[in-house]
Design a protein around this ligand. Sequence first.
Ligand code: SF4
Length: 508
Amino acid sequence: MLLIYPPVAKPSEPPAGLAKLAGALRSAGFPCTLFDANLAGLEHLLAKPLLDADDTWSRRACRNLKANQAALRSPALYGNLDRYKRAVSDVSRVLALHGKNQGIGLSLANYQDPTLSPIRSADLLQAAETPENNLYYAWFSQRLAKLVEDTAPSHAGLSVNYLSQALPAFAMAGFLKRHYPHLPIIMGGGLVTSWLRHPGWSNPFSGLVDHLIAGPGEGPLLKILGAENLLPQATPDYSDLAKNAYLAPGFILPYAAASGCWWNRCSFCPEKAEGNPYAPLATDRVLGDLDSLAGQTRPSLLHLLDNAVHPALLQALTEQPIGIPWYGFIRISEMLCDRDFCRALRRSGCVMLKLGIESGDQKVLERMEKGIDLDVSSRALEALREAGIATYVYLLFGTPGESRQEARHTLEFVRRHHEAITFLNLAIFNLPMASKEASELKTRDFYEGNLSFYQDFEHPRGWDRQKVRRFLEQEFKRDPLVAPILHRDPPVFTSNHAALLQQGCRFV
Ligand code: SF4
């Protein structure tokens, strides 16, 4: 089987989904070939000469391209934030110029075609019918043809996780369908899961895609391939992907100890709206996997992909450190207020925690069913700061329970804890169509597309997106204690590179 990870997604680490599928398929005796077309497509574009770099910035970006790519793969760059930012923006500039030549908005994390929308199924089918219009076509048509001819796969699988991958994924599927009509096409991944779990989903892709898979793909894929018995979950197989030169100063090992979320209660959360079940691996199993993957891939950093790492796993990591620096998302709880525990976490290799604090107003948090207490958040941030663990704090503005006053409470909270908040992610609330709240609010269509997940709504307190945006730009981001935190954020890569930039968290 041929497993493809289409462009465009941040190219800092290998696609975990492909490694997981490869582990499952190979342990069941099914051979597979992994093709990270995201990284390979990026390298292909960046190796192409650009003839129309005619302004100073573009000329500098082209001149320094090779040096910048090499620097992004070496630890030294991550010790100098300004140089790091310049390297990322110069590489992005070159990509943008390649995109512009074909009318595509291209970056290290996005692919935007002004004529086709990834949230409209008719446009995705159009991308499949006219793959030659895709920016990557000249390259992927040759690469896919060679892969199919060399490996004679029984099926082709595309792992589509982000909207930024959807148009290239469909162009690739269209190319395969046109040239290899007998090769069944399978699509899965996070984006496909969201489509399939959406209430009222009816499949518009049946003429193109033979199988669409929601959720973890190993079981359904093995069934499609004709496996007689489903084996217990296999360890991900990174043997092919670990050789690739991702844009990071060492191999970053992504690993998911669970799918779904053990809390699964936050009212704004797509995981909950989609009804994705929580399916954890046993803690011993996780530690065993990490030990063997660390031996095989020699990672510089472990990225725990769980929506919220379970407290039992956190405890186990402190008791049996895995010997690799790591970071991941966790829920704030009393556990993190224990200074000894935070120090033990740091000793376990924890360099950064991503924390969904969301709001600095207790009532707003309660309405979200976030299940966290602001006093606990305050003490946890302080304990983490003291332990030397960086924090990437996620805030959500414009929820139905918020008004300007509550948003200002959030600003005050951040100001109070500015020394303990290393990075900040600011998001404006989107109302998931399938959420309980959607049925309680006055809604109207938000995006023009039948594959949209969100709905616009009339804010019950008049705190609409425009006002929220103005507050963020004119008040929140300009605050003298907040601005330095935002300035620290790695452009494009954000949390994927944040731990690497942190003094004291530097890995080698
Ligand atoms: S903790 Fe995160 S993943 Fe879990 S329900 Fe809340 S927002 Fe969703």
